[in-house]
Design a protein around this ligand. Structure first.
Ligand code: SF4
Length: 459
């Protein structure tokens, strides 16, 4: 839908959201569950919810996303979904033979009040969960929070369902990567490995949602965190939770359950956040930062220095998920760019505190988060104070076209481009990729709009 009817006058709205900057909780839970090896996500609700969640993930990752559904009909809606879920667990283990079923609820089953713990307990008592197989769950009512909350709830479900304390501590670090792309998870593992650190990453969708084309369809691709790893996370030395919104609740639960201390960091997007990530790893594991990582950092600094004149003072509008936006805004400010409009559909006071401090040096910067923060408001803000760059998911393409503004796609969902699942945006290499994408669209725009006298061959 083109948005040319959007008026620039901003009126106070409290009961209407137009094009929300978020999607529903179960999508995040389903994505997180796919980061367990041999896991089949299961949607406890109606078929429509499950189809929507699967298709959104499939459109973003360009991979088939499998999931079961409790297929609620009128009867389940009135009397509760226990019978449906018991039958589903039985059918799924018999027919699809996963190692784990990760159940998430939906608006309907939460409104009815289905008790996941009780139903899954009953399934076990009735012998519907074969030996060595597992069922975990997350409560994901979509009328609160967002897909980010759903991801966080499923991470917590993994800890609740698996992490155990054997009594023998290991030297491993748990890494909870937050909602990032499979390529980002690979990149985080690469950096951790370069530092010689033994780690357990959960969830881990690399090798699942970026699996190669081999000519053979694998229902359960070879990637993902394994069950023995998830269990062993309770014996690790420390947990590094990346992104407060997606990862901290799981890390906190693990500390309470197994006594594994945790540290929450921003997603390592941009130079400062990656610096903090690398130095925290070095501190916690007691290892030095290898020269190869310092070299990558130096390349990034070189690229920023070379291209500074194209970045300076450029105004940027961003939308998406809070963990990404916090790190991205910090990165943009460090590049002397000006994030002047920021919108996130996910609620949370931490976001407000962080934005207040990161945007303090940007005159006139505005941000809004929560259920009423929407793309309509973002468009109105842009109409009142035009920006030089848009940074966000695919839903910004209408604004980009209507207002003729260069646009870099980042975040979830990206429905109309490829590459995001294969090329990381975390770490120093990732920051170079973000820069490359930003500079590419800014320079294309300059080439397109410059007069003949100012059209430059060398930039
Ligand atoms: S918002 Fe609720 S009802 Fe709608 S698709 Fe999501 S879980 Fe289902």
């Amino acid at each position: 839908m083109l948005l040319r009817h959007t008026k620039k006058e901003v009126y106070e709205r409290s009961a209407l959201t137009v094009n929300p900057a978020k999607t529903c909780q179960p999508i995040g839970a389903m994505y997180a569950a796919l980061g367990i090896h041999g896991c089949l996500p299961h949607s406890h609700g109606s078929q429509g919810c499950c189809s929507y969640h699967r298709s959104t993930l499939t459109r973003h990752y360009k991979e088939p996303v499998m999931a079961g559904t409790s297929s609620f009909t009128e009867g389940a809606s009135v009397f509760g979904g226990q019978a449906n879920l018991l039958q589903a667990i039985d059918n799924i283990f018999t027919i699809y033979n996963p190692d784990v079923i990760a159940v998430h609820t939906t608006c309907l089953s939460e409104t009815i009040g289905d008790d996941m713990n009780q139903i899954i307990g009953k399934a076990k008592d009735e012998g519907k969960v074969p030996a060595g197989k597992h069922v975990i769950y997350a409560n994901t009512p979509s009328y609160i929070g967002s897909h980010v909350t759903g991801f966080s709830n499923m991470v917590l479900g993994m800890v609740r369902g698996f992490s155990a304390k054997s009594g023998e501590k290991t030297n491993k670090l748990n890494i909870i990567p937050g909602w990032v792309e499979p390529a980002d998870m690979r990149e985080i593992k690469r950096l951790v490995k370069m530092m010689g650190i033994d780690s357990i990453m959960f969830p881990d969708t690399s090798g699942v949602l970026d699996a190669p084309q081999t000519g053979h369809y694998e229902f359960y691709p070879k990637g993902g965190c394994t069950i023995p790893e998830l269990i062993a996370s309770g014996d690790s030395k420390y947990t590094v939770a990346l992104g407060q919104f997606c990862s901290e609740d799981g890390a906190k639960f693990l500390e309470n359950k197994c006594g594994v201390k945790y540290k929450t960091l921003d997603l390592p997007i941009g130079i400062a956040a990656t610096d903090r990530f690398i130095s925290t790893l070095s501190e916690l594991a007691g290892v030095p930062v290898p020269a190869a990582i310092a070299e990558e950092r130096g390349q990034l600094v070189d690229m920023i220095t070379d291209m500074q004149q194209y970045l300076y003072n450029k105004k940027v509008a961003l939308w998406g998920d809070p963990d990404q936006l916090i790190s991205l805004c910090e990165f943009l400010v460090s590049l002397d760019m000006k994030p002047t409009c920021v919108v996130s559909g996910t609620p949370g006071r931490t976001f407000e505190h962080r934005m207040d401090s990161i945007l303090a040096s940007v005159p006139g910067a505005k941000y809004k988060n929560g259920a009423n923060a929407d793309m309509f408001l973002m468009h109105q803000w842009i109409k009142n104070d035009k920006v030089d760059l848009l940074l966000g998911n695919t839903y910004g393409k209408y604004i980009a076209r209507d207002e003729d503004i260069p646009f870099v796609r980042m975040g979830f969902p990206i429905l109309d481009r490829v590459g995001h699942s294969y090329f990381p945006t975390v770490g120093y290499k990732g920051a170079m990729r973000i820069l490359e994408m930003i500079l590419g669209v800014l320079m294309d725009y300059q080439d397109k709009t410059s007069s003949e006298e100012t059209f430059e061959l060398v930039m």
